[in-house]
Every structure is written in structure tokens, then in C-alpha cells.
Design a binder for this molecule. Structure first.
Ligand SMILES: *Cc1c(COP(=O)(O)O)cnc(C)c1O
Length: 430
């Protein structure tokens, strides 16, 4: 597999390099030089396979001979250990539940596949992953890399500024996962990470890697569940399928568009945002004007400069598609809450992110079409807002309930780079 840098098309790398490097020169994103296209009969054959076998065929067509198919199959089998079921909420609308993994959000798919790829590519080389989190991504990274040999993980988060349940989810693992509560805010955590990556000597000494959300391996993993959704739908439902994607950094939408480019016959997509609506406004006016990020109840989508957007545009450009065909819209917190109640009345308990996607799908679905919205997180992950909006108690899934009773293993640290540097050196040396 070859990929080029969207900021400088002359920088071309292999899949292995793209996974290890994350970003190219000038912070450019990597994009596949060739996107294979499955014929209708090949798609039919793929849909008849099980999730792991089908994902192996899809990813092997993309990655090519850089990874043996049998190795890839074993890696995918280790990463995709939980299902992605489609559940109907009405006659013409269903949801794809992507939250049955260890951290109850779709990020488990990308995170776990990335961990497998990084381990495969690094071989005996030692790697230290350093990342800052305000909650969600940290949990997915921690669980994805838990007990993977030769890889150490250090996660920084702002002390007292993430939900107690969230903290329990990733700060109780131990082994190769080290978490540090920084006496400051999220921006300070990010600045510490950046400082570490600018420290060339440190970077080399400990094999520093960011494993962040723009890594191409995450997107490849996410393509697979669009096929999985399709496989679970009836012939009629498949024939005019519209998919609504709750979007923050637009990784999920990028993966969906890649699935379509590979030949999966999806009629159209809806890019659904909360009040951080840079993309819906851009699609309307063709002016890129990010506002200051505002806090909403769908907080994993509180992003005003979505970092995967250049990939979305590149897919439309290279496939010769018209950006006017991408549906979009924004949903306020108030409407999100009303929509969660409406879904509850239909017998489906949802959470704010999925509700944003459902709302726009409901509003924009045409007669004859079938709608699917992505269920990106388990309602228990946003238990405070879900319980107060729906005015009822919801159960914690067993995995989360078990974690909630464990002791926190986090270290505490001031916002001090020299202290962090010493910590990183000692962890890498273990
Ligand atoms: C990360 C996240 C999103 C946004 O996904 P992107 O790929 O960044 O657009 C939506 N919902 C939940 C629950 C998330 O964790």
C-alpha cells in the first residue's frame, strides 16, 4: 500500500511508515494512492462472509502484500473480538451499535486494530506511546495497548477534570499502561506532549509514538463495520441506504466514504454535528470559518477544526463525486435532548452523540429510503446526562461496573516537563 501526504504529494510512504509516523511533513495527512474497487459480485461474496474473514479480505485488498494475509487475519481476529449489531428503531431507521468493545465506544475498533498493526510493524523495537486525553481517546488507547509486549503507554489527563467513571475506565489497568493526573488543564497536558515530541533526543531514546486519531490504521479498521452493517440489512433496506454519522474529527465519516469508494453501494451520507458546525456551514457557503469551540452534551464532537476534513475532500476529488451530495446539519443541545426522549418513546435508549445523527436522518430521509445512524457510544458512558434527560436510571454494563470498584493507579504530577521527561525515561527503561 502506498500513501501520499496531502500537503506534499511528492512524499510517498508505505503502510508501515504511515502507521509509525502518523503524520507526514508539515503535519500533512496520509491518503491512499490507490483505492481498489470491488465489483458487484465481489461485494456480494464479501457480504456473505463473517465479520473477521470479510474484514481480512477488505483490508488485505487495501494494504496489499506488505502484510501476509494469514498474519492480517490473526491480527484482525485479536482486534475485533466484539460484535457490531444493527438494531431497528422504526420501520425505516436502524442504528449500528459500535459500543460493545472494552471502552464502550466505536474508538475501540480503530484503537485495537492500530495496536495490532503497530506491534506487527515494530517487531522487537521498543515503543513508548505518549498521549493526552480529556477522557474518551485515552481510554480506548489504554485498553487497546494493554499487555502488548514492547509497547509502553503513558497517558496524561487534567486532574479532577474528567468524569470519575471515565477515570476508572483507564486508570485501573496497570501493567504497561501508565496514567498521570496533571495538576492543570487539558491544554497543559497537550503542551507537555508536544514538548516531548519536540525533544529529538528523548524521542529517539524511548521510541516515542503518538498513536493519535489521524493514524491511517484506525480509518482502515472503521471501514469494516460499514460492510458489517450492510451485511445485516435486507435487500430492500440496502437498495437506497442513507447513513448519518455523528461527527467531530470526521474520522468515522471518512471511513464510510472509503467503504463507498471501495464499491459498497451506499446512496448518500449525512455529516451530523452539534453546535460546532464548521462543516455544515462550509457545505452551505464554501467558506471555512471555524468558530471558537463550544461545550455541548455530545462532547466527543466538540471540535471546530476537524482534522480529517482534508481526507473527506480528497475522496470526493479523486472519486469524481460532488460535495453538494453530502448531506449535513447541526443539532442544538435542546433538540438533542428532545430527540433522546423521542427515541426512548420508541423503546430505544440512546445517548447524545447518536441522537444528533438520528435527528438529522429523521429530518432528511426521503420516501423509499432506508436510514442508518451510527451508535458511537454506550448510553452508560454518558450516564449523567442520559439519566437526567430521560429521568430514569440506566444500568452500567458489567465491564464498567467492575472497573468502577477498582483502585486508581494514576501518578500525580505538576505541569513540569523535566519531571515528565524523567518519568518517561524510567518507564521506557523497565
Ligand atoms: C469520537 C467520537 C465521535 C466523533 O467521531 P469522529 O470520527 O471524530 O468524527 C462521535 N461520538 C463519540 C461517542 C465519539 O467518541
Amino acid at each position: 500500500m502506498q500513501l501520499y501526504n496531502l500537503k506534499d504529494h511528492s512524499e510517498v510512504v508505505s503502510f508501515a511508515q504511515a502507521v509509525k509516523q502518523g503524520l507526514g511533513k508539515q503535519q500533512g495527512l496520509f491518503f491512499p494512492s490507490v483505492i481498489p474497487h470491488f465489483s458487484t459480485s465481489e461485494i456480494e461474496a464479501l457480504l456473505s462472509l463473517n465479520f473477521v474473514d470479510r474484514s481480512t479480505e477488505i483490508l488485505s485488498a487495501l494494504i496489499g502484500n506488505e502484510i501476509e494475509k494469514s498474519d492480517l487475519h490473526a491480527r484482525i481476529k485479536t482486534a475485533f473480538t466484539f460484535p457490531a449489531p444493527v438494531k431497528h428503531v422504526s420501520d425505516d431507521i436502524a442504528t449500528l451499535e459500535l459500543f460493545h468493545g472494552p471502552t464502550l465506544a466505536f474508538k475501540d475498533f480503530g484503537g485495537r486494530f492500530m495496536a495490532q498493526m503497530l506491534q506487527h510493524i515494530a517487531g522487537d523495537e521498543k515503543i513508548t506511546i505518549l498521549t493526552a486525553t480529556s477522557g474518551d481517546t485515552g481510554a480506548a488507547v489504554a485498553h487497546a495497548f494493554y499487555k502488548i509486549p514492547n509497547i509502553k503507554v503513558v497517558i496524561l489527563y487534567p486532574k479532577g477534570k474528567i468524569s470519575p467513571l471515565q477515570e476508572k475506565l483507564f486508570c485501573t489497568l496497570g501493567e504497561n499502561i501508565h496514567t498521570i493526573a496533571i495538576e492543570s488543564d487539558f491544554d497543559a497536558c497537550q503542551a507537555l506532549v508536544k514538548h516531548a515530541f519536540d525533544d529529538v533526543e528523548l524521542k529517539k531514546a524511548i521510541g516515542l509514538n503518538s498513536a493519535n486519531s489521524i493514524n491511517i490504521s484506525r480509518l482502515l479498521a472503521q471501514i469494516c463495520y460499514y460492510f458489517e452493517a450492510f451485511a445485516q440489512l435486507s435487500e430492500t433496506e440496502r437498495s437506497e441506504l442513507v447513513i448519518s454519522v455523528p461527527s467531530g474529527n470526521f474520522g468515522d465519516l471518512t471511513a464510510g466514504l472509503l467503504a463507498k469508494a471501495l464499491g459498497l453501494p451506499i446512496k448518500r451520507f449525512i455529516a451530523a454535528t452539534n453546535e460546532n458546525d464548521t462543516v455544515p456551514r462550509y457545505l452551505e457557503t464554501r467558506k471555512w470559518e471555524p468558530n471558537k469551540t463550544v461545550a455541548t452534551i455530545s462532547n466527543a464532537m466538540d471540535v471546530s477544526s476537524p482534522n480529517n476534513w482534508p481526507r473527506v475532500e480528497e475522496i470526493f476529488r479523486t472519486q469524481g463525486w460532488d460535495l453538494n451530495e453530502l448531506g449535513s446539519g447541526k443539532v442544538t443541545d435542546q433538540v438533542t435532548a428532545e430527540t433522546m426522549k423521542a427515541l426512548d418513546a420508541l423503546g430505544y435508549v440512546s445517548e447524545p452523540h447518536a441522537a444528533v445523527a438520528y435527528r438529522l436522518l429523521r429530518d432528511q430521509l426521503q420516501p423509499g429510503e432506508f436510514g442508518l445512524f451510527l451508535g458511537t457510544a454506550h448510553p452508560a458512558k454518558f450516564i449523567e446526562s442520559v439519566e437526567s434527560i430521560l429521568d430514569k436510571k440506566i444500568d452500567l454494563p458489567e465491564a464498567l461496573a467492575k472497573r468502577a470498584s477498582l483502585e486508581l493507579l494514576s501518578h500525580k504530577m505538576q505541569d513540569d516537563f523535566s519531571e515528565l521527561r524523567a518519568f518517561l525515561m524510567s518507564v521506557a527503561g523497565q
